[in-house]
Design a protein around this ligand. Structure first.
Ligand SMILES: *[C@@H]1O[C@H](CO)[C@@H](O)[C@H](O)[C@H]1NC(C)=O
Ligand SMILES: *[C@@H]1O[C@H](CO)[C@@H](O)[C@H](O)[C@H]1NC(C)=O
Ligand SMILES: *[C@@H]1O[C@H](CO)[C@@H](O)[C@H](O)[C@H]1NC(C)=O
Ligand SMILES: *[C@@H]1O[C@H](CO)[C@@H](O)[C@H](O)[C@H]1NC(C)=O
Ligand SMILES: *[C@@H]1O[C@H](CO)[C@@H](O)[C@H](O)[C@H]1NC(C)=O
Length: 313
């Protein structure tokens, strides 16, 4: 009897042992899987990601017409390369710039309204090719003083890297150009909103404003990944385009950005104020006007008040 009892107890002990062991193995495996998951979705995975992602042109009429509007000097070309990476689709342009084409912007020479590209660069929204149906608008706003300087450098041989002789800012032609550019900045913003108010008919009794998304250039410089995410959200929300491999693309984008930023040389700051007080007054007045205009149009981008510049003493 006693022997049997002992055997029974022993069996129970063994049972407990087995149960405990399986439990432990379970937990151990779970932990191990978790660790694997971390590897997969944390930074290690990003390093191991295959970022040889495809980029393509669409078929004719595959995409809607979505002008990418900016004042010259506002980083339009740079933004296009970011958009191409995050969407996987080449961007277009109304300018047919063969240099950009040679530099890999393969949508550059296509007809901007044929639907092969996603986003079409233009510095003007009133032009003929956008007079017909457009499906949305992307507007880049940059500090008009900075954009004007960047554009003047580009026009005078600074290219996009921008090391030029500062003498170009002492020419009278500079004042003429800057005067025009600061005015054009206001006009362009207002024209874009005029276009935004044009109704798009989704069906015969269902219409909406032309979808508009505004990006501040300074926000792209600070955090390009978040700004690209917002563009993708906008595109999805307005049924314009869905990036199917969005998480992978954004991960690769972040990684590539991280790598290129190591090579950025700091810019030499200006050795004198390029703008006369007249031009500073004009620019500041325009900035206030645009801010008020944006607020009235439910786009309260208060941050642009920081664009205002101090007068020379
Ligand atoms: C650019 O090229 C396209 C296609 O060849 C053409 O339809 C368009 O008119 C050209 N635009 C300009 C501004 O030259
Ligand atoms: C902007 O400039 C265009 C000419 O390009 C002109 O027709 C239009 O009236 C101007 N709009 C505003 C709001 O100044
Ligand atoms: C549009 O019209 C259809 C049929 O006439 C109707 O069922 C639908 O509710 C209408 N939609 C709107 C937004 O008025
Ligand atoms: C960015 O680069 C730094 C080193 O330059 C590296 O430590 C970091 O992990 C990188 N981040 C990403 C998200 O790749
Ligand atoms: C800018 O242009 C206007 C004419 O459009 C002129 O009256 C004004 O004096 C110019 N301002 C500067 C600073 O050149």
């Amino acid at each position: 009897m006693i022997l049997l009892e002992r055997k029974k107890r022993c069996n129970i002990k063994i049972l407990y042992c087995v149960l405990f062991l399986s439990f432990a193995i379970c937990i151990f495996t779970a932990l191990a899987i978790n660790k694997d998951d971390l590897k997969k979705y944390g930074t290690i995975r990003i390093e191991e990601m295959n970022c040889q992602l495809q980029k393509k042109l669409g078929e004719k009429d595959e995409f809607g017409i979505i002008p990418l509007i900016s004042l010259p000097g506002s980083g339009n070309t740079w933004t296009r390369t970011l958009l191409k990476e995050t969407t996987g689709i080449y961007t277009g342009s109304v300018y047919n710039d063969t240099n950009l084409f040679k530099n890999g912007l393969l949508g550059e020479l296509t007809d901007p309204t044929d639907g092969q590209t996603l986003f079409q660069k233009s510095h003007d929204i009133k032009i003929h090719c956008f007079s017909s149906k457009i499906n949305g608008i992307l507007l880049i706003i940059r500090n008009p003083f900075d954009a004007t300087v960047a554009e003047w450098k580009r026009q005078n041989g600074g290219g996009h890297t921008g090391q030029v002789n500062e003498e170009i800012f002492k020419r009278t032609t500079w004042y003429v150009m800057a005067n025009n550019s600061l005015k054009r900045w206001v006009n362009l913003t207002k024209m874009v909103f005029q276009k935004h108010k044009v109704k798009i008919y989704l069906s015969f009794n269902n219409s909406q404003k032309t979808p508009l998304h505004v990006i501040l250039y300074e926000d792209i410089v600070r955090d390009a990944t978040s700004e690209m995410k917002k563009v993708l959200d906008f595109m999805e929300h307005e049924n314009l385009f869905l990036v199917k491999d969005r998480i992978l693309r954004l991960g690769c984008f972040k990684k590539a950005l991280n790598e290129t930023q190591k090579f950025h040389r700091p810019r030499r700051p200006p050795s004198f104020e390029y703008f006369s007080n007249d031009l500073i007054d004009l620019g500041n007045k325009n900035i206030e006007e645009v801010l008020l205009f944006l607020i009235e149009n439910n786009y309260p981008l208060i941050d642009i008040i920081k664009y205002k510049r101090n007068r020379k003493v």
